[in-house]
Design a binder for this molecule. Structure first.
Ligand code: AMP
Ligand code: MG
Length: 491
């Protein structure tokens, strides 16, 4: 039996200017490292067949499955604020789209599958470390309930890639609602190709915002829809301590999924100015800057859509500004509601925002671990004697002052301690992909061909809100000598 992919491709039916047709470059000795079996089933694929040698060849780009229409997508983008008129998939090839079990169209893309016409000076390949990192972090985000691209598989190619050192090559199979980015619109805007912008917008509406098909002003509504999804997405990131690291417009998804896991990281100690990425020297993409950057990226999208807003330019600009103006309200509403849940408040009262901000300020000042403080606060909600949250603070007295106010505030609500605790535990994870764990897993794989640590980490992160006593150590922050200070894109 051969693996059957029920492809129904729509993007490759768009005009030729949207992509380049290109097949993956075959590799010598593909070996499957990891198959995401539940995701395979969700996509209508047979996981047993994907685990055969033939399956590995497909997932490595050595064999193109029947029905695939491999393309590299064209896009432009602002990288760290600088516009590049042509980027495109330089090392990723879209095999095609399938309709999943819930009726959603999903892209199946090989990342690291060889050069394309968009590769510029790159080799079109990916190293094993970044592939494992993307697998771990994207699946962790999914388990946390945050919109994200998924990882279907990781294979090693059997061929080396040359970075600063020689590393094992690998291919990640990425699954996304689509790979359409803000930069995809920019590609056509800079070429003043209004017809293409309209085609793309129509495709996006049908695919990601079908409710807007009959809107009175569909393109305005599209911008409003992307603004809302991005505002909610970034709020979700902040609520788990996630730092994307490269929020360039080409890494900003129109569907509202987290996309492009490069030097991304979760912070340990709470620090709003936290940056991990080695290339983010100015802190443009620092933790607390992410909402501002998302709005900046959306403003670039709005500029692309202006020609679809009508002939009167001033009016179009005013309308776009109005729509962009909703970002901060949507973001704040989502962020504040999320924070209230994190501290176990069921109702909204004057003073809540200040109460929560005071906690965050004390956490920053006391280098409290972001994840553990909130999780242990849930324990304290159930049992006031539980003092593990307190222990996160360099000066525990700073926590005591705050906790007194918090207990007074929660006492104004009728919910029992047990109800509050379980509500808090449902939103405050125990387990996040901590940098030092991710690094250790990558080292074991790259240096020792040992994937057991990777498997175990992936397993723990699949149920991040559940205490898993046998894996309790995975919840621990790094010891001083385990701290990872910088992350790299590894491209
Ligand atoms: P990224 O930093 O991953 O968002 O990538 C930015 C751009 O560089 C995209 O156009 C990528 O396709 C391209 N790129 C990144 N790594 C490679 C590589 N190894 N070979 C070719 N193109 C690459
Ligand atoms: Mg990218």
């Amino acid at each position: 039996m051969t693996v059957h992919f029920p492809f129904q491709n729509s993007y490759s039916a768009l005009p030729d200017s949207f992509f380049a047709r290109v097949a993956p470059t075959p590799v010598s000795a593909p070996r499957l490292i990891k198959l995401n079996r539940p995701l395979a089933v969700q996509l209508g694929l047979d996981p047993d067949l994907l685990e055969t040698p033939e399956g590995a060849e497909i997932l490595a780009g050595k064999t193109v499955p029947a029905g695939a229409d491999p393309i590299a997508m064209a896009y432009a983008g602002h990288q760290f604020g600088n516009f590049v008129p042509q980027l495109g998939d330089g090392r990723a090839i879209l095999l095609g789209e399938v309709i999943d079990k819930s009726g959603l169209r999903r892209d199946i893309q090989l990342k690291g599958s060889g050069p394309t016409p968009f590769s510029r000076r790159g080799d079109g390949r990916a190293a094993l470390g970044p592939v494992l990192r993307e697998y771990i972090v994207s699946e962790a985000m999914f388990a946390l309930g945050i919109p994200t691209t998924r990882s279907l598989a990781a294979v090693i190619t059997g061929e080396p890639v040359i970075r600063e050192t020689v590393l094992p090559g690998a291919v990640l199979t990425r699954v996304a609602s689509s790979h359409i980015r803000v930069g995809t619109f920019q590609f056509f805007a800079v070429r003043r190709d209004t017809d293409a912008i309209r085609r793309l917008a129509d495709h996006v509406i049908a695919r990601h915002y079908p409710d807007l098909l009959h809107a009175e002003r569909p393109y305005h509504a599209l911008l409003a829809g992307v603004v809302a999804r991005q505002a909610e997405l970034v709020a979700r990131w902040l609520l788990v301590g996630f730092i994307h690291g490269v929020m360039n417009t080409d890494n900003s998804s129109i569907s509202g999924e987290t996309i492009d896991y490069g030097p991304c990281a979760f912070m340990d100690a709470y620090n709003p100015a936290q940056v991990f990425s080695s290339i983010d020297e100015m802190g443009r993409y620092a933790y607390a800057n992410q909402p501002r950057i998302a709005l900046w990226n959306l403003t670039r999208l709005a500029e692309c859509l202006l020609p679809l807003f009508g002939d009167e330019q001033e009016k179009a600009v005013a309308e776009a500004q109005d729509i962009l103006g909703a970002f901060s309200e949507t973001f704040s509403a989502a962020y504040q509601a999320g924070l209230r849940k994190k501290v176990g408040l069921f109702t909204e009262r004057d003073g809540d925002e200040a109460l929560i901000q005071d906690l965050l300020d004390a956490m920053a000042k006391n280098q409290a671990d972001f994840t553990l403080t909130f999780r242990k606060l849930g324990d304290a909600a159930g049992d006031p004697a539980a003092d593990d949250a307190r222990a996160q603070f360099m000066d525990p007295a700073a926590f005591d002052d705050w906790a007194k106010r918090w207990h007074e505030r929660t006492a104004l609500e009728p919910q029992s301690a047990a109800v509050r605790q379980s509500a808090m535990h449902a939103v405050n994870p125990v387990f996040i992909p901590r940098n030092h764990r991710v690094e250790a897993v990558i080292q074991a794989a790259v240096n020792d061909d040992n994937y057991a640590p990777f498997e175990e980490l992936v397993k723990v992160l699949a149920t991040p809100y559940q205490d898993q006593p046998e894996y309790a150590a995975y919840a621990d922050p790094p010891l001083p000598d385990q701290r990872v200070l910088q992350t790299f894109c590894g491209t």
